[in-house]
Design a protein around this ligand. Structure first.
Ligand SMILES: [Zn+2]
Length: 172
């Protein structure tokens, strides 16, 4: 897995671009501010407004575990559960839910991410939805009812409306 990622900023005034290279961990947790590295002002026109672009990192088990157990760490972007709602993270998410003593808040976000995967693979708009993936995550959610209950208030209503009817929310 590569460990070198680019952060780029583009000057809103003149369009001039500057880049820095950071590690996967640094980009995943937004630990480096490009403006602190290359200076507050554009090197070309001295303006101070920029659009910043981050390469999205692949989160491996160690990074996810670090995030799940450290209250200081946030995943890049605002909607952590949307970033995590990806099949490529599913095994690591389940592993962490079951084997890591993680923070309540992070556990709720992981449960939310599982619901988002089911949502994404149910709705009609998604042309690439995968029934197998959907069924697999439904099974995993059913196994973790208690955790889902604890995450309930984190999960958006429009997600619940689509996902909950597909689950077995009470023990048979
Ligand atoms: Zn500029």
């Amino acid at each position: 897995m590569k460990d070198s990622y680019t952060i780029e900023r583009e000057c809103s005034n003149c369009g001039s671009k500057e880049q820095i290279t950071v590690s996967r961990r640094e980009v995943a947790f937004e630990l480096v501010d490009i403006n602190e590295v290359v200076g507050k002002n554009c090197n070309n026109c001295s303006a101070s407004k920029f659009i910043t672009y981050y390469q999205t990192p692949d989160l491996d088990f160690e990074l996810l575990k670090e995030w799940a157990t450290n209250p200081e760490l946030y995943l890049m972007g605002q909607d952590e559960e949307l970033l995590l709602a990806d099949e490529k993270y599913l095994d690591n998410i389940l592993n962490i839910l079951d084997n890591v003593s993680l923070l309540d808040h992070k556990r709720n976000l992981l449960m939310d991410a599982l619901c988002v995967i089911v949502y994404d693979n149910t709705i009609e708009d998604n042309q690439q939805k995968e029934e197998n993936l959907n069924q697999r995550v439904i099974v995993e959610l059913n196994k973790r009812r208690e955790k889902l209950k604890q995450a309930d208030e984190w999960i958006m209503d429009y997600i619940k409306e689509v996902v909950y009817p597909q689950l077995e929310l009470t023990e048979k």
